[in-house]
Design a protein around this ligand. Structure first.
Ligand code: ADP
Ligand code: MG
Length: 353
């Protein structure tokens, strides 16, 4: 398939945006805390031209699905809602957006926790900015993408995914303070690169578990008299909380501290230790791991050339990320996957692509 075949004309412009994987700082974003994602090589490409009728036409090559939207139509569902949301929000901010032909093609796997949704929003907004010469910057693109996802796709998400897709690259990590949006692009720990493996376990309990954790964190913050758990840096300050809330709060506080330590620029070895500690904290204090993720992380952590590994994303299934010696990612990923799949799972390598 091609733009030409679907729309019988050539694209006027195109833009891409990458997926992301979070290296450190899990379940911290809704506590106003710190995150440390990086962009991955897989990306989404959006091509655009002006529509010749009074409708928007959106086509995804990956879904082989086309959606046509006229002025009278309601917000579409599915993939079109992300694109439509971006256009609507630009219009609400006063930009005149003509009817468009939009062609989407991606190498970011959908629904695997690598943030194909943010890659779709950011590539769409970049392409429109380019086509119409809009005066919007990369942070605004991330913010509009997040609002599109919340208000048009109906997904309550933080700002990390869109900021990573809009501002990170594959050679750096993006430190982000989710409260102030202060950010810094920092190099990878020296001599290290990334492996990400999907556990093959679907994130079935993810949304109920996620909402419950959010509520527990809010309750802990209320009892501690702070706006958000980000305002506490000493894990011992949680001592008087009920036992469960104490563990939840301890995860968030120690996780934020781990990101801040990594921000100082630590060795690959130390960064790996921080990832291992993050996994233990997510497993024991936050209780968002599942046996398959523990198995996969266990295999990664025992493999030569791996500095550290942990589950990444909300947990309850999904993917694991590891920091490994530069040049060894492919070999390590293949070896670990083979061992993991022998335990009765069907995992898959996400990074390196
Ligand atoms: P993730 O962002 O972790 O990949 P999400 O559930 O947040 O998972 O987003 C996946 C959704 O984003 C898909 O179901 C689809 O609606 C939309 N999407 C992402 N990439 C594409 C694409 N290339 N083509 C069509 N829809 C896409
Ligand atoms: Mg997403």
């Amino acid at each position: 398939m091609s733009f030409q075949k679907i729309f019988s004309q050539s694209p006027e412009t195109e833009a891409t945006a990458p997926g992301r994987v979070n290296l450190l700082g899990e379940h911290t974003d809704y506590n106003d805390g710190f995150v440390l994602p990086t962009a991955i090589p897989q990306c989404t490409k959006v091509q655009l031209s002006f529509s010749t009728d009074r409708q928007h036409h959106f086509y995804s090559e990956d879904l082989d699905e086309q959606v046509n939207i006229s002025e009278m139509d309601r917000t579409p569902s599915g993939f079109a809602s992300y694109i439509y949301g971006c256009i609507q929000l630009l219009e609400k901010e006063g930009h005149a957006i003509p009817k468009l032909n939009v062609y989407v093609k991606s190498t970011v796997p959908m629904g695997s926790g690598l943030s194909s949704s943010a890659a779709l929003e950011v590539s769409t907004l970049r392409a429109i900015r380019q086509l119409l010469n809009l005066p919007i910057n990369d942070v605004e693109i991330a913010q509009i993408g997040q609002q599109a996802e919340i208000h048009y796709a109906g997904v309550q998400c933080g700002i990390m995914d869109q900021m990573a897709s809009s501002l990170a690259d594959t050679e750096h990590m993006l430190f982000l303070d989710t409260r102030t949006l202060e950010r810094r692009v920092i190099p990878f720990p020296s001599g290290a690169e990334i492996v990400a493996i999907d556990s093959g376990v679907p994130r079935t309990l993810a949304s109920s578990g996620y909402n419950q954790r959010r509520a527990e964190c809010e309750e802990a913050a209320r009892l501690l008299g702070v706006k958000a758990l980000r305002d506490i840096t000493d894990p011992d300050a949680t001592q008087d909380l009920p036992e469960l809330l104490q563990r939840r709060a301890r995860h968030v506080i120690t996780e934020n501290n781990r990101v801040l330590e990594a921000l100082q620029g630590v060795s690959s070895h130390r960064f790996g230790e921080l990832m291992n500690a993050s996994h233990a904290s997510l497993r024991d204090d936050y209780e968002v791991s599942v046996p398959a993720l523990d198995t996969l992380v266990g295999i990664l952590q025992k493999t030569e050339g791996v500095f550290g590994a942990r589950l990444t994303g909300a947990g309850f299934g999904g993917a694991c990320v590891a920091l490994v010696i530069t040049g060894k990612a492919k070999g390590i990923a293949t070896q670990v996957l083979e061992q993991y799949n022998q335990t009765g799972h069907s995992g898959r390598i996400l990074v390196p692509a």
